[in-house]
Design a binder for this molecule. Structure first.
Ligand code: UGA
Length: 436
């Protein structure tokens, strides 16, 4: 089998490298010549554990190559995956699929007979069906197929998610599409991974429904955490108790400052637009998105309240990325919380193990520090915004010595309230019972 992977962003690169690990010949294509040159040198443009090794191993074996030339990439290929960006369109929340259409056109222009063009990026319901029309118009002389195969990769765990998925979803409406996708994922059969073969529209909607459900689950526990605080209950015990019900499950019941990243905010808003457009509004998802937006702001108020006001004081922010093990700043709660604190007169010192380069571009006026202890120096409060492991293991005595006032606003519940209180910190977590 040979495939072309169009787009070497997060999804394209991870999927391409993983398919090559399955033994498939993979040609990754990007129009950014600098990026292709870097990839050929073995440099991974994104921070993803395990990716650089996987790329090196398969490039050495000759199964994974990089090019700027679509024509040579699709020559002799069985499938071409479209993994280009679908950013939210400014203003209306719809996903911008113009790059997907451009890629499909370019592929169709050079496609061999029988090629299956597969959407891998998250695309609005109806996109694959429209692509069918488009590629048939572009290449009326050839038999081309379109399939939908949404990805379910989590940043920081993407390689493992691809190699050990809970399921594979394939929207296919021809025997050729079905058999090509079946063969490509055959290495997963030893894991007995379920594959759901369905229609193009159902496959596309399954991806949105899954992300919207997870976003709602997080929003639900965030509201429960606030309620726990109001009535003197503990959200960890509550999540544990709820999660033991196998119909609910414990995962994604960790309260925090609101979900961020490149997927949940974008996908919920695209789903909301699709549903409104189809006159079948998803009121639960609309509420979750609105509650999540408001939550990011309310977290700044929480920090300020814990400090008794922040004007003229220094706040140390630990972690700025939307979650740990990534350098991704997209829709990170820190991008709302830090500017608000600054607008109230706070001085911000901050640290992040991987995100500071990206953060500098999007959050101005911050003193970026080499490590957590340096960030804490002279601060009235340590505010934990991202649950990096290295913050879990900080020495409380050193933290106390560095801070001007021993105060912690732990928006990720990485510390134990009782032991922090026992060490003399004014500690506030999310939905926890705080002693004293
Ligand atoms: C998410 C989904 O988890 C993947 O299954 C999906 O494939 C991906 O989007 C996508 O559509 O491409 P990702 O955005 O990488 O993956 O990150 P998650 O680990 O899901 O976290 C998203 C946000 O939710 C983060 O801000 C995280 O801090 C927050 N979160 C997550 C919580 O606040 N609490 C939780 O219990 C879990």
């Amino acid at each position: 089998m040979k495939i072309a992977m169009i787009g070497t962003g997060y999804v394209g690169l991870v999927s391409g490298a993983c398919f090559s690990e399955f033994g498939t010949e993979v040609v990754c294509v990007d129009h950014d010549a600098d990026k292709i040159a870097a990839l050929r040198r073995g440099e991974a443009p994104i921070y993803e554990p395990g990716l650089a090794d996987l790329m090196a191993r398969n490039a050495d074996a000759g199964r994974l190559t990089f090019t700027g030339d679509i024509a040579s990439a699709v020559a002799g290929a069985d499938a071409a995956f479209l993994a280009v960006g679908t950013p939210a369109r400014p203003g209306d929340g719809h996903a911008d699929v113009s790059a997907v259409y451009d890629a499909a056109r370019a592929v169709a222009a050079h496609a061999p007979d029988g090629l299956v063009i597969v959407t891998k990026s998250t695309v609005p319901v109806g996109t694959a069906r429209e692509l069918e029309g488009l590629v048939h118009r572009e290449a009326p002389d050839r038999e081309l197929h379109v399939a939908a195969n949404p990805e379910f990769l989590r940043e920081g765990a993407a390689i493992d998610n691809f190699m050990h998925p809970d399921r594979v979803i394939v929207g296919a409406n021809s025997e050729r599409s079905r058999s090509v996708l079946e063969q490509l994922y055959r290495p997963l059969s030893r894991l007995e991974t379920p594959t759901v073969f369905t229609t193009l529209e159902t496959a596309e909607l399954t991806k949105y429904a899954a992300n919207a459900f997870l976003a709602t689950k997080i929003t639900f526990i965030n509201e429960m955490a606030d309620l726990c605080e109001a009535v003197g209950a503990d959200v960890h015990a509550l999540a544990h108790g709820m999660g033991l019900d196998r119909r609910i499950g414990r995962s994604f019941l960790n309260p925090g400052p609101g979900y961020g990243g490149s997927c949940f905010p974008k996908d919920t808003s695209a789903l909301i637009q699709t549903a409104r457009g189809a006159a079948a509004p998803t009121r639960i998802v609309e509420a979750a998105a609105a509650v999540n937006d408001a939550r990011k702001e309310s977290m700044a108020h929480r920090i300020a309240a814990h400090c008794g006001g922040v004007a003229g004081r220094t706040i140390a922010v630990l972690g700025v990325t939307f979650k740990p093990n990534t350098d991704d700043m997209r829709a990170a709660p820190s991008r709302v919380i830090i500017p608000l604190l600054q607008s109230w007169g706070a001085t911000i010192r901050a640290h992040d193990p991987a995100g500071m380069a990206a953060a500098r571009e999007v959050i101005p006026g911050v003193t970026w520090c080499r490590d957590a202890y340096e960030a804490l120096e002279g601060a009235a409060c340590a505010a934990v915004l991202t649950e990096w492991n290295e913050y879990r293991n900080l020495d409380p005595a050193r933290m106390k010595a560095a801070l001007a006032e021993p105060r912690i606003a732990d928006l990720r519940n990485i510390y134990d309230p009782a032991s922090m209180a026992a060490r003399g910190f004014a500690y506030r977590g999310i939905g926890r019972i705080t002693p004293g």
